[in-house]
Design a protein around this ligand. Structure first.
Ligand SMILES: Cc1ncc(COP(=O)(O)O)c(C=O)c1O
Length: 404
């Protein structure tokens, strides 16, 4: 275990803000080491990457290459060329849909999603279904809120080409058994795309052990800056895909009649200048997370979640939707209070929570609720943060008091 009070000193925002931040599933605070890395690029090591033949450009190239290697190890990918830098999970999933989906899908083929998916793992598939004539099929969750291998098996057909599911739901916080799901998907001859936006910040990911075909995550949900994300793809799948967009950096040559000699992955998917300062930041973020240990982070989050639940359960006016989810996400409502009113009430106590449908707009059919409030814990959350949250929850029924 680690000393949470000690690591909070690494995060300047705690010196500058009194907010009790429980919206970590939306984005995370940044440690000084990440800020320093970004500043180092901006103030000392500025150059473009993959283009320059001078010393400073080599320094930048090395940092980009080192980060790719670090991400390869972070995910236990077989090769560094399987790591593509994107703007975030949303772009990564669009890349798979546009570059892989368009290539393989034929009219009548099926794309299997769950009703727990974030809009970023739903709408790109609608887009690609529209142009290919494929069909998007939704599977339900089990009673708890999980996507199980049994449900996936039931919904797979000979026409299912792609199964795209979340590793951890951003609303329910359950961890889906991706290894078993991947097995049934592959037995059907389909491929599996995993939305790792909520798992990469908290769990050790091994894409080879899980046998995942594509895995997407965002840097900003794991201490890195916004605007940087990753798509992992198996080399043989990346090899058959066309670029999602074109431009500088992804081609060796082209002619006036439009023949383009395109580089291999990852460069063929990285047209234009990369978000280099964010790549510097991602490097430092991964080092920081690894120093603390993802298993220690997950254990810390779960301890605090259990503590919070023990207290929240005593409050009749609090309805909890994911009691036994083994992660730091608590999704609830205050009986009789609209979720946005509840979040506004908590905000009056300096507590930052998320309310609404959390971009997973089909989940209301499972929850039988239009909207919920979400508290999400991360490595720097303290027992005092949870105490403040519980104290506010005790009087949340009287939310109108916040306005007087
Ligand atoms: C499960 C899940 N998928 C995808 C996304 C989209 O991530 P981004 O906005 O960083 O692209 C999020 C962000 O909230 C998420 O929680």
């Amino acid at each position: 275990m680690y000393d949470v009070y000690k690591i909070r000193k690494d995060f300047p925002v705690f010196h500058n803000s009194k907010t009790i931040y429980l919206d970590n599933a939306a984005t995370t605070y940044k440690p000084q080491s990440v800020i320093d890395s970004v500043t180092k690029y901006l103030s000392k090591e500025t150059a473009n990457s993959g283009r320059g033949d001078y010393h400073d450009a080599y320094v930048v190239d090395k940092r980009v290459d080192d980060t790719r290697l670090l991400v390869q190890k972070f995910l236990n990918a077989k090769e560094e060329d399987e790591i593509i830098f994107t703007h975030g999970t949303t772009m990564s999933l669009n890349l798979v849909a546009q570059s892989y989906g368009k290539k393989v899908l034929k009219p009548g083929d099926e794309i299997l999603l769950s009703i727990a998916e974030h809009a970023s793992n739903t709408l790109p598939w609608f887009d690609v279904a529209k142009v290919t004539g494929a069909k998007v099929v939704f599977m339900p969750l089990d009673d708890k809120g999980l996507i199980t291998p049994e449900i996936v098996k039931k919904y797979l057909t000979p026409r299912t080409k792609i199964v795209a599911v979340t590793h951890i739901s951003n609303v329910l916080g359950y961890i889906n058994d991706i290894k078993s799901i991947a097995k049934v998907v592959h037995e059907n001859g389909s491929i599996i795309v995993v939305d790792g936006a909520q798992s990469a910040p908290h769990l050790k990911i091994d894409v080879q052990d899980l046998d995942i075909d594509f895995f997407a995550f965002s840097g900003h949900k794991m201490l890195a800056p916004t605007g940087i994300g990753v798509l992992y793809g198996k080399k043989e799948l990346l090899a058959v895909m066309d670029p999602f967009f074109s431009g500088g950096g992804m081609n060796a040559s082209y002619t006036t009649d439009g023949k383009v000699d395109i580089f291999k992955a990852p460069r063929k998917f990285e047209a234009g200048t990369l978000n280099i300062e964010a790549i510097y930041g991602l490097h430092s973020a991964i080092i920081y997370l690894q120093k603390i240990g993802l298993e220690n982070i997950a254990a810390h989050e779960l301890t605090l979640k259990k503590y919070a639940l023990n207290e929240l359960r005593k409050l009749d006016h609090i309805i909890i939707y994911n009691e036994d989810a083994p992660t730091g996400i608590i999704t609830f409502n205050v009986r009789g209070v609209h979720s946005q009113d509840a979040a506004t009430y908590f905000s009056s106590k300096n507590i930052a929570l998320r309310s609404g449908q959390h971009c997973a707009k089909l989940l209301k059919n499972h929850l039988h609720e239009m909207a919920t409030v979400r508290a999400s814990i991360y490595l720097y959350t303290t027992k005092e943060d949870i105490d403040a949250f519980i104290n506010a929850a005790k009087t949340a029924e009287d939310f109108l008091d916040a306005y007087f």
